[in-house]
Design a binder for this molecule. Sequence first.
Ligand SMILES: Cc1cc2nc3c(=O)[nH]c(=O)nc-3n(C[C@H](O)[C@H](O)[C@H](O)COP(=O)(O)O)c2cc1C
Length: 235
Amino acid sequence: MNNKALHRISYGLYIVSSKKGDKFNGQIANTVFQATSEPPRVAVSINKGNLTHEFIQDSGVFAVSILSKDAPMTLIGHFGFKSGRDLDKFRSQNYKIGVTGVPIILDFCAGYIEAEVIKSLDIGTHTIFVGNVVDADVMSEVGPMTYAYYHQIKGGKTPKAAATYVAEEKSSAPALKPPVKALAKYECQVCGYIYDPEIGDPDGGIEPGTAFEDLPDDWSCPVCGASKEDFKKVE
Ligand SMILES: Cc1cc2nc3c(=O)[nH]c(=O)nc-3n(C[C@H](O)[C@H](O)[C@H](O)COP(=O)(O)O)c2cc1C
């Protein structure tokens, strides 16, 4: 079996949020899709170990904030590589409360969908939650972020908790641009983000063509915030 075929499936990138009592939480998910149109229903696959899973199970509601293409890696790292068990993820965010009482991200949000869970399917490591859409709106004219754009242009990685994690991800889809310089890549030992000198760190103001060694000492991983010392050269 060639697992690389799984990399050919297309996705978007979303912040799936929910609540438990007066607490809010949310996480990055790529596994969101519209399941039916009459009535409109959406589905999402959530890892059982995630705090967001606990919150959706408890409240029976969730919101999907559709990330726009210009969403910074720091936002994806904040919701996708950190757990609400360790920090209040919404404290630092600009959000509004939807009709379900769940927070909806307002920055870098192309649109949102709110849903009430009608069915939960246990599929092992993850649960697929299917919900009736109870509200939705378009928030920006900037196009939605795709999973391919996140990987190929933004240089993003996928953690093990993600539904679509594949162990040999490093050898996945080819980069869009062939390498032009032999500057070394460096990998973050915390989240797996790879600093590619060809791309630089556009969100952090680092120009393409900047060697890792030339990054400022206070530069930090755009995904998880780890320091420069936490990076190792990719051999
Ligand atoms: C690009 C990307 C895609 C992800 N997709 C999913 C997904 O579809 N389902 C899932 O359960 N986790 C996914 N994750 C992982 C969660 O976002 C991550 O485990 C998060 O820290 C869980 O946070 P929580 O414990 O606060 O709920 C993804 C992460 C990234 C960076």
